[in-house]
Design a protein. Structure first.
Ligand SMILES: NC(=O)c1ccc[n+]([C@@H]2O[C@H](COP(=O)([O-])OP(=O)(O)OC[C@H]3O[C@@H](n4cnc5c(N)ncnc54)[C@H](OP(=O)(O)O)[C@@H]3O)[C@@H](O)[C@H]2O)c1
Length: 327
């Protein structure tokens, strides 16, 4: 089979399109012919060595496809089933070994690329707004990177729950996409000289001087201080990523001084830790897409051989919505 390997820790140039032996499913595994693999920031962190990994490794964790064979002990899936997953290392490949415990059935009426586009970012958007801080009517929400993969989906889900969503975006095109997803206001933070003072000032103007109930911040280093300063008293900062880099260590007294704030740094794995929770989130997200109640924007699709360009685009702030690789 053909696959994309990271030869060593480094930039996008360490990705190689290689021939590998077809894998065989072991106990508890599905052998899946991949229809589309999702490109995610976690792939870039693992490629770059930010998260320790063995090298070479086949990159990618997310995808959707059709089961070709099942390993010993698999009872819930059979050859021919359409499945999707958010955590199966080695997904940038024509064939992937997917733990049956990580696979979910793709509902009728939903195509496989859309299912691949929704698993990681969609379930993340779901847990952020439904579990980490439960958005409800009357809540003011600030969301960074509103036109990103998580951003467009979280905007739709938070709005559907009755929240009023304000987003940050870096271009007029991203502003238009974010508004179409339901954002009540978009703020161009790329144009700001001093984001740390200007972003909170704009957010306070939009919230009668109060600040928002919750900030979902996946940008990290460049927005963290502004996010804290955009919260109302006893507001919650959900730091869920670091697209601009990691946030430096912080003195807890900052939370006291800024208004008895809450800070959490969640990760998807802890919000789909049981089979029941994985199935609940996946069925809500895939089901909403299948019935037209959630729109997944696939902003770019690359052939598997062009994974290097896909990583450059994601890290270079040049993408909107989901980026997919198609074998
Ligand atoms: N904790 C979890 O469970 C979890 C799960 C999934 C993803 N994440 C995290 O969520 C974040 C968003 O993920 P995503 O896949 O949806 O990505 P994305 O939002 O589609 O892409 C990242 C966006 O961040 C913004 N950004 C601002 N400064 C940036 C910089 N210096 N470099 C790159 N991007 C920058 C850009 O939007 P603008 O141009 O509009 O600023 C960019 O398009 C990432 O940090 C990711 O690691 C966390």
């Amino acid at each position: 089979m053909r696959a994309v390997e990271a030869r060593e820790a480094g930039g996008p140039e360490v990705l190689s399109f290689v021939d590998l032996p077809d894998p065989e499913p072991g106990p508890g595994q599905l052998l899946v012919r991949v229809a589309a693999a999702g490109v995610n920031f976690i792939d870039t962190y693992r490629r770059a060595g930010v998260y320790p990994m063995p090298y070479p490794h086949v990159v990618g964790v997310e995808g959707a496809g059709v089961v070709e064979a099942v390993g010993e002990g698999v009872g819930d899936f059979a050859a021919g089933d359409r499945v999707a997953w958010a955590e199966a290392p080695g997904s940038y490949a024509e064939l992937a070994l997917v733990p049956a415990a990580e696979a979910v059935a793709v509902p009728d009426g939903l195509d496989l690329p859309t299912a691949a586009a929704l698993m990681l970012q969609g379930m993340t958007a779901h847990y952020l707004v439904a579990s980490t801080f439960e958005v409800g009517p009357g809540h003011d929400v600030l969301l960074t990177a509103g036109a990103g993969g998580v951003g467009l989906l979280a905007t739709q889900l938070a709005t559907a729950r009755g929240g009023r969503v304000i987003t940050t975006v870096s271009t007029p095109q991203k502003a238009a996409l974010s508004s179409a997803a339901g954002a009540a206001h978009t703020i161009d933070y790329a144009a700001m000289d001093d984001i740390t003072t200007e972003l909170p000032a704009t957010v306070r103007e939009l919230t009668d001087g109060q600040g928002v109930h919750v900030v979902y911040d996946g940008v990290g280093r460049s927005t963290f201080a502004a996010s804290l300063a955009s919260l109302r008293r006893r507001g919650t900062l959900v730091l869920f990523g670091g697209a601009s880099g990691p946030v430096p260590p912080l003195d807890p007294q900052v939370l006291n001084r800024s208004g008895s704030l809450y800070l959490t740094r969640p990760t998807l794995a802890h919000y789909v830790a049981t089979r029941a929770e994985l199935e609940w989130r996946a069925s809500e997200v895939l089901g909403a897409a299948a019935t037209g109640n959630l729109s997944a924007r696939i902003g770019a699709t690359y052939p598997l051989a062009d994974a290097e360009q896909a990583h450059r685009a994601l890290e270079g702030r040049a993408t909107t919505g989901k980026v997919l690789l198609v074998p």
